[in-house]
Design a protein around this ligand. Sequence first.
Ligand SMILES: Cc1ncc(COP(=O)(O)O)c(C=O)c1O
Length: 432
Amino acid sequence: MLLRILISAYQCQSVALGRRGDLRRSVMRTPVHLTNRTNLVSFLQVIYMMKQIYLDNSATTAVAPEVMEAMAPFFSAEYGNASSLHGFGLRTRHAMEKSREEIADTLQASPAEIVFTSGATEANNLAIQGAARARPNRRHLIISKIEHHSVLHTCQWMETQGYEVTYLDVDRSGAIDLDELRGAIRDETLLVSIMAGNNEIGTLAPISEIGAICREKGVLFHTDAVQAYGKIPLPIETVDLLSVSAHKLSGPKGVGLLFVRKKTPLLSIVHGGEHEQGRRSGTENVPGIIGMAAAARLSFGEMEETAARLRGYRKQLIAEIAAIPGTQLNGHETESLHHIANFSFQGIEGESMVMKLDEHGIAVSTGSACSSPNLEPSHVLVALRIPLAMAHGSLRISTGRQTTAEEIDTLLKFLPRVVEELRVISPFKVGE
Ligand SMILES: Cc1ncc(COP(=O)(O)O)c(C=O)c1O
């Protein structure tokens, strides 16, 4: 019995991760004791997960086996504090600095320009508040209306501190108007923050052009590149500050970074030790940083192949879902991240669709993970001027490196049925 559970759990996990070979290697190296209750429970969870199709990769991703493998020693044998002067500390510092170099390389940056943080929420806060502290005379900020809450809410808080914020409109596809941006920049503007790729609808921003305008006008340019980093090449010659989060690219949760271009004025927003060259106090999350570098290696190494495959899935999703009556794509058809596709369905609630699909073992979401439990329509869809009823009926499908063509086919098999079932019980009729 025990053996049967072991074998099926192993097979299930291999298939679930789509990486038979990698998993076989890591399973062979990891002794598993099913007498241990925790291991048994997690194997059973894996069996349950096997039945699931995970299409919510914008919310978070599975940590890749090779990332776990790279991190493992830094939880056990190599647990030194990277600030300590003894061998334990020196070894972890060396590994951490190697990771910093590797990550800097992916951005064509120098290691000194990388500040490790607890994730992108902190990186976005540091970019905006840290720049404001360094240049207290500049009290105007510019962002778009579709920024992530970690930018939007930081700017709303800055307003309570006497700052003025311009919230740029976006068009129906989620793009800002570059002339409007140019016109909004004033002498007292501190910083412009526009995300590289939107987490709900996928729309890409022309970050080179935006950065060039900011350079010309002498203001800082920050971009939240959480959904774009490791997925597409990022031209960042004109970017001053850039945020990344490891858990969106098969890395661990709770670690990220802020790229800070040399000479960019920035002061720490957390008081404590002199970590990260005095720009971010707090003992560094060494296993997390090692994991983020491993995840970056993986993502950059397979970028082209994964992008081509996921672009194909997105095309198929758009073609087949948009053919369902009373359905529309939210965002841009082509100027988009390849792993995100967002649709609205007339006459039904997004939450009902998420729950129904979950009954079939398919995990998708209605919007960003943070706003999903909230029944307010997404601020992104509102900014796109999508009618409220349609905004409420939205669904975000986000694929990942482990997504297979069969999983897309399964979703496309169940989705029209789910839409039909929910429309039968909906008080609103399509076309009304
Ligand atoms: C675009 C974007 N920015 C910022 C964040 C926040 O990242 P973290 O979870 O690392 O705080 C997210 C996560 O959902 C995101 O999608």
